[in-house]
Write a protein that binds this ligand. Sequence first.
Ligand SMILES: CC(=O)N[C@H]1[C@@H](OP(=O)(O)OP(=O)(O)OC[C@H]2O[C@@H](n3ccc(=O)[nH]c3=O)[C@H](O)[C@@H]2O)O[C@H](CO)[C@@H](O)[C@@H]1O
Ligand SMILES: C=C(OP(=O)(O)O)C(=O)O
Length: 422
Amino acid sequence: MDKIIVKGGQTQLKGSVEIEGAKNAVLPLLAASLLPATGETVLRNVPILSDVYMMNKLVHHLGVQLSFDEAAKEVHATSATEVKTDAPYEYVSEMRASIVVMGPILARNGMARVSMPGGCSIGSRPIDLHLRGFELMGAEITQTAGYIEAKGQLKGAYIYLDFPSVGATQNLMMAATLAEGTTTLENAAREPEIVDLANLLNKMGANVKGAGTDTIIIKGVKEMHGANHAVVQDRIEAGTFMVAAAMTRGDVLILEAISEHNRPLISKLKEMGVTFIQEEEGLRVIGPDRLKATNVKTLPHPGFPTDMQSQMTAAQAVAKGESSMTETVFENRFQHLEEMRRMGLNVEITQKTAIIQGSDKLQGASVKSTDLRASAALILLALVAEGKTTVRKLNHLDRGYYKFHEKLASLGADIERVPDEA
Ligand SMILES: CC(=O)N[C@H]1[C@@H](OP(=O)(O)OP(=O)(O)OC[C@H]2O[C@@H](n3ccc(=O)[nH]c3=O)[C@H](O)[C@@H]2O)O[C@H](CO)[C@@H](O)[C@@H]1O
Ligand SMILES: C=C(OP(=O)(O)O)C(=O)O
């Protein structure tokens, strides 16, 4: 595995940066390619990430002929006349998001057998809401030997989600496309990635209305066909570069940034003293001499995204004064703060809230990524901390960021990625 070495302290990021298609959009879009029985689905603006390779493998295993043209950033998926029912452990255990193949398999076959996805380092991540929704649509669910089996021809249903789960909304929305009758999802997730999925499903011949609001109505159709679709921009990658510019007194143009997808982040960064200028080519982000402290609480969209929580704590760590971060979505998403302590961070954690005393005297150290966004947050902090920081366990970073170190280097960071002999 590689490691990243950053020499920080004086970094001032300047220039423009291109953002990839969203990981959290493309994974369900790939799962959606299981739904049509005819035609080819072409996904454009596909990010080159380890999670995408993993989902490609799973979808391919299930019967879709699929090729990934990395140079063109395109996936071409030939619809399967028949899809397999089994999503085995070796694919699902590697990546939690793979659970979203369950809805399409069940919709196509009237049965699905999927390995339990299990938890991950940020929390236990149960799938009870997905399963209860399938049950309400008429499936019988059993769990044996680490597998969940669902059986039954799906019928439209009224489903109220106790929590606006992103994965459950996507899974149930896809299952409902080929069910008989109308499904209403209430208290549905409203993330831009949900809207992106609904757009692809409608291009495939489905009838989905209301995506982006808390009520999604899906009228089942008899069959679907291939479609051509460009993956929406990754708001979390864009947000990560906004925080990087903010922390380094930078002046960075985020090309083609979709500001409305990052409203809570932009609002918090403005409160911290950051200037945003909408330009023709994108959103320009200018960091102040010193950030001001701020209090943040993560919430489902349109609240502050939990996937920006770690990066935001890096900004709070160098801001002037005391900040707080309250994490309400996942129960174990503060592990990066322990690593940041090695760099001199003064933080007190009580249950869901971290109280951070900002400092301009943080020092580089040897740290390891504990999850995907933690890896980005540690690298951001390393840009500002004095001296050398080594960040290990980059397998997490590669799940969600394409050429992160190269993009930062092109903006002026002293950063390199080298093989880790350790
Ligand atoms: C691939 C992908 O898109 N991942 C994103 C997706 O994950 P994911 O879809 O897994 O997240 P959910 O919105 O489902 O989870 C949010 C919360 O709901 C709980 N929950 C969820 C489902 C369920 O059946 N029961 C239940 O209790 C989870 O444990 C968690 O506490 O949304 C999260 C919340 O914005 C993001 O952090 C992830 O980056
Ligand atoms: C938590 C994340 O992803 P996943 O749900 O794929 O683990 C993330 O993108 O920050």
